[in-house]
Design a binder for this molecule. Structure first.
Ligand code: MN
Length: 228
C-alpha cells in the first residue's frame, strides 16, 4: 500500500534546550479571555462561558521568520498570547486533572484579518477567513513545564518597532489555563500535540509591511516576526 499523493508534512515546533520537536495536532484559540480586550472589542466582560475557534496546524510559523501580509485584507491585527502545549488529552478533563495534560508553554501571535472577521461577525458567518489563513499562527519554541513550572503571574507584552502596544499579565485571564482545558475538553476530545492560544490582553492593533513585532511572556519566552 502507498499514498496516492505525498502525505502532508507534519507541522512541528522546536522544544527549547533540546534537539526535539513537538508535533502539532490541532490549534485551539480562546476568544475574549482578558476583560480589557473584551472591552476594547465592544463587549461586556462577564464570565460567560469561554468560546473557541481553531486554526489549522499548518498555519504555524516559527518565531524569527517573516509574516507575509495576507491577501484580501487592509486591516491585519496582532494578538499576543500565552500558548499551552498538551502532552496528554482526553474528554471531560476535570480542573484538578487539567495541568497533568500540559507539556509546556510558548508565546504566540493570533494574527487576524480584522476586517474579514468583522464582516463574518456582522453576517453571522464562521470566523475562518479572519483567523485561519496561511501563516496566521506565529509561535515561539516550546518551553517544557519541567523547566519553568506552570506560570500564573507573568507580564505579557508586545512591541511594534520598539513601541509598547500590549502590556498585560496572564493573571488577568478570565478563564485560567486549567479552567480552559477542562471546558474545552467538554466540547472536543483533546489530544497530545494540541496547542491552545489562551487569548490576548488589550492593545491589539493593525500592522504594516516592514513592521517588527517582538512579544514576550516574562519567564516563558519571546516571539519576533517581521511583516513582509
Ligand atoms: Mn486571539
Amino acid at each position: 500500500m502507498s499514498y496516492v499523493i505525498d502525505p502532508p508534512h507534519m507541522p512541528t515546533l522546536p522544544v527549547r534546550g533540546t534537539r526535539d520537536l513537538f508535533p502539532i495536532h490541532r490549534i485551539y484559540c480562546v476568544g475574549r479571555n482578558y476583560a480589557d480586550h473584551a472591552r476594547e472589542m465592544g463587549h461586556d466582560p462577564d464570565r460567560d462561558p469561554p468560546f473557541f475557534f481553531q486554526k489549522n496546524p499548518d498555519t504555524i510559523v516559527l518565531s524569527g521568520g517573516n509574516f507575509p501580509y495576507p491577501d484580501k485584507s487592509q486591516d491585519v491585527h496582532f494578538e499576543l498570547e500565552l500558548v499551552v502545549a498538551l502532552t496528554k488529552g482526553g474528554k471531560d478533563i476535570s480542573i484538578d486533572d487539567a495541568m497533568d495534560c500540559v507539556f509546556g508553554y510558548a508565546v504566540g501571535l493570533d494574527m487576524t484579518r480584522r476586517d474579514l472577521q468583522g464582516e463574518a461577525k456582522k453576517m453571522g458567518r464562521p470566523w475562518e477567513v479572519g483567523k485561519a489563513f496561511e501563516y496566521s499562527a506565529p509561535c515561539s519554541e516550546i518551553v517544557p513545564a519541567r523547566d519553568i513550572g506552570h506560570p500564573t503571574d507573568a507580564r505579557i507584552w508586545l512591541e511594534v518597532n520598539g513601541k509598547l502596544r500590549q502590556d498585560g499579565n496572564i493573571n488577568q485571564l478570565i478563564w485560567n489555563i486549567p479552567e480552559t482545558i477542562s471546558y474545552l475538553s467538554g466540547l472536543f476530545t483533546l489530544a497530545p500535540g494540541d496547542l491552545i492560544y489562551s487569548g490576548t490582553p488589550a492593545g491589539v492593533g493593525a500592522i504594516n509591511r516592514g513592521d517588527e513585532l517582538i512579544g514576550q511572556v516574562d519567564g516563558v519566552g519571546e516571539i519576533s516576526i517581521t511583516v513582509s
